[in-house]
Design a protein around this ligand. Structure first.
Ligand code: K7E
Ligand code: CUA
Ligand code: CA
Length: 533
């Protein structure tokens, strides 16, 4: 439960220069806030392939990709026509797509003229190409879409809906006894998109299919009681478990019956093969690979362990209950979202800690608990304060992940800087030089503890300055960086990394730049003068 690294995604972070360097500024496009909820890893054959992580931004409808070879954000995709991008899930059979649910329906032409026509509101299920990180297609649905899951074969993606009522207020959204699970038929959608069916919305060129009409081939609506939330597919790939939130039930959907329901030979509701009462406020479900499900119970402040087979057989499936502190949201277990769920550990991500820790003011820390699930009874092994709010987590075995200890100098991340160096006929790894072209100044600079390659940079007021720093220290773990006093610039530069930052020299005087990562006994002496005349 120790924190090894916090990876900045939609926020600013000067430790790594995220939002400051040219590379990360281009990712964020000037946006400063986000709201991450769900993190998932990329797959091959139902097991982690070690390539990428994906995380959503609910606030501004974005999907970010984390490259796991360096464990940093390398792409951010803006999702068109959407608000409240909430549930996401990647394909589990291979690195192909990431499916994203919009929780907020908005008027289809969101031009301010149709705000009061609730029938004109749509929510979208968006497919993002996981390699290119661009949108491929969208499907308009009835109601809204909340959490997301995929099967293990690449046939279906799915999303829960809690607002079948199309309400705009809380009482309106709780009107129906049942909302639904929407299951998307990926082959049917891809076929229709390839055939040029579908329409576009506004300025977006992404094809949109209409999944709102009855009997459409793209979306199956399975009635689920009442304001369902989580949907999780078990490690066998057969069952999708939806949690009721306002109903004390989990609905077990048999994915082997989906094709028959699409074909109309059975009713959508016939795919629900069990609906056990598990406790109050069920939200999310994890698995141990031994046929058991572990569902978080928000209102009960508990985890319930239950047998899927017993539920399907109509027997009482409840095996154990564990109190947690307090009000659990997400839950996950080791390798639970893969074919290799190992039933060792479970994490409970709790929304409240109440009085469990020393007071730090009105906004309390939250609480995460690690639970040993290897035996018949669950047992809390550890708990610790967490930075608010611990939302979602994956527990994965370390084997698939092989992050590098230093940057590969040929990495695509340095394309911009390499082109800049080629243009000026210099090498990033050896050059310490100030090059002027009109009012554009490019500063190539290396760093080796405890020295920059340049101890002085002279420019004129109004110059557009690009600092290009390459860390050529031969020692592992030796990071430097570039912090320029009073210029709002602070970036870290990892071993064998090149980082550039562009700004206008708009203040005259002497401004010290210095190394912000402690690197040497003479780290404080690692500095130089930026002189603006
Ligand atoms: Cu359950 Cu954002 Cu994951 Cu909250 S959603 S718990
Ligand atoms: Cu280089 Cu501190
Ligand atoms: Ca509802």
């Amino acid at each position: 439960m120790r924190v090894l690294k916090r990876i900045p995604v939609f926020n600013f972070d000067c430790t790594y220069g995220h939002g400051v360097s040219n590379y990360t500024k281009a990712l964020l496009k000037g946006k400063k806030t986000g709201d991450t909820h769900h993190f998932h890893l990329s797959y091959q054959d139902g097991w982690y392939d070690g390539q990428y992580g994906f995380v959503n931004d609910k606030a501004q409808a974005r999907l970010a990709r984390i490259r796991l070879d360096y464990m940093e954000t390398d792409a951010i995709c803006e999702i068109p026509n959407s608000q409240g991008t909430h549930g996401i899930f990647p394909s589990r059979h291979t690195l192909k797509d990431v499916y994203c649910n919009s929780e907020f329906a908005t008027p289809i032409d969101n031009n301010g003229l149709t705000a009061d026509d609730m029938d004109a509101y749509v929510a979208l299920h968006t497919c993002i190409d996981a390699r290119k990180m661009t949108p491929k297609w969208q499907v308009a649905v009835n109601g809204n879409l909340d959490l997301c899951a995929t099967d293990y074969e690449g046939k279906y993606s799915m999303g829960t809906c809690y607002n079948s009522e199309k309400g705009a207020t809380l009482p309106e959204m709780m009107g129906n006894d049942r909302d639904w699970l929407a299951v998307f038929n990926i082959a049917a959608i891809e076929k229709a998109v390839a055939a040029g069916k579908g329409f576009t919305i506004g300025t977006s060129k992404v094809p949109v299919l209409d999944g709102r009409v009855d009997g459409n081939p793209y979306v199956l609506y399975i009635p689920i009681p009442n304001n369902p939330h989580g949907v999780n597919v078990d490690p066998t790939g057969r069952y999708a478990i939806c949690s009721g939130k306002l109903s004390p039930t989990c609905s077990v959907v048999d994915l082997q019956k989906i094709d028959a329901a699409f074909a109309g030979t059975i009713q959508p509701r016939d795919t629900v093969v069990a609906e056990p009462e598990v406790g109050l406020g069920p939200l999310h479900t994890a698995f141990d690979g031994r046929g058991n499900a572990y569902t978080s119970l928000f209102l009960d402040s508990a985890v319930v362990k239950w047998s899927i087979a017993k539920a399907v057989a109509g027997e009482n499936p409840i095996l154990d209950k564990l109190d947690i502190h307090y009000q659990i949201g997400h839950i996950n277990a080791s390798n639970s979202e893969t074919r290799r769920a190992d039933g060792k550990w479970l994490i409970s991500l709790n929304k409240f800690s109440k009085d469990r820790f020393l007071s730090v003011g009105p906004m309390h820390p939250e609480n995460e608990q690690l639970v040993d699930i290897s035996g018949e009874k669950m047992r809390v092994a550890h708990d610790s304060a967490a930075h608010p709010e611990p939302h979602d987590a994956v527990i994965a075995s370390p084997e698939p992940f092989k992050p590098k200890k230093r940057w590969d100098r040929a990495d695509r991340k340095f394309d911009f800087e390499r082109k800049l160096a080629a243009k000026h006929g210099v090498e990033l790894e050896t050059t310490n030089q100030v090059i002027r072209e009109g009012n554009k100044v490019t500063v190539f600079m290396t760093s080796v503890a405890p020295n920059y390659g340049l101890n002085e940079v002279r420019v004129k007021k109004g110059d557009e300055v690009t600092i290009v720093q390459t860390n050529v220290d031969e020692v592992d773990d030796l990071s430097h960086g570039f912090c320029l006093s009073h210029y709002d610039i602070n970036v870290g530069v990892a071993p064998f990394e090149t980082v550039s930052v562009t700004f206008t020299a708009d203040k005259v005087g002497v401004f010290w730049y210095y190394c912000p990562w402690f690197c040497h006994a003479l780290h404080l002496e690692m500095r130089g003068r930026f002189i603006v005349s």
